[in-house]
Ligand binder design. Sequence first.
Ligand code: VAH
Length: 317
Amino acid sequence: MIKETVLVIGASGQLGTELVETLRGIYGESNVIASDIRKGEGAVFENGPFEVLDILDTVRWREILTKYKPTHIYHLAALLSATAEVNPEYAWKLNMDGLFHVLDAAKEEGTGIKRVYWPSSIAAFGPNTPRRNTPQYGPMDPTTVYGITKYTGELYIQYYKNRYGVDTRSLRYPGLIGYKSAPGGGTTDYAVQIYHDALAGVEHECFLKEGTVLPMLYMPDAIRATLEVMHAQEEKINMRMSYNLAGMSFGPEEITQSIQKHLPDFKTIYKPDYRQAIAESWPAVIDDSLANDHWGWKPEFDLDSMTTDMLLNLKKL
Ligand code: VAH
């Protein structure tokens, strides 16, 4: 077993819930401390150490650092795209000040923090970024508060590496789809709800228009990518902002057709809302060749294999 002490901040979110389970399998349950702003129910809170932590509470943050002396930190706490537009001031505070509290602790001598993981998003791109085969480097003019915090955060993790040697790894996640945890406040969340509606025998009311193609990634691939980039040898991580990451790209009508191969009577109706404008500011297809070159990234799931796995596992819940 690798001897590290891992702290996951924002552990009860869509990604955190699955990441904690995987990390505890690698490092041992007692060596992975899950934390979030409130205690809930489920494996994250019961299968290993859990601490209530609001990353904006600096006194509590220091208490946790002193108590556990984490060597690896996964800082996931953030407001996602749709929620951030409803509360932009708090979104900036949580997404940015939260990141600075982690980076400033990591640069301090004596805290013992060796590596930080911090997620970015394809939301860091904007309407003037090429929408197909979106390059690692190109125009980045995000129009959402969430995307602005992600792009800004990328510049800061690069600065903290160059100036202070803080080793932060990061991925520009597409929309994440999984069956073990619920998404929260994202513009891609329809792609999770649609499976639940299909199995419940109800039509899906999609908040995006037909034909709105977005980059997506199945959660098992997202978890594997996160651990691969976090565990890669430092000399392989030659790009110190955040790596483009891709799995598949589809529109709501395509995921509907994929589900209909299993449930022929399933239907989707379209009622676009304010999230349509967010989606239209994002890329449709991502070029993640740099992640492949630098640390061997390759997705394993496509739309149909994800649909088969999602429906199979949701039926068991
Ligand atoms: C969101 N699920 O919708 C997140 C993600 C690319 C989208 O960052 O905000």
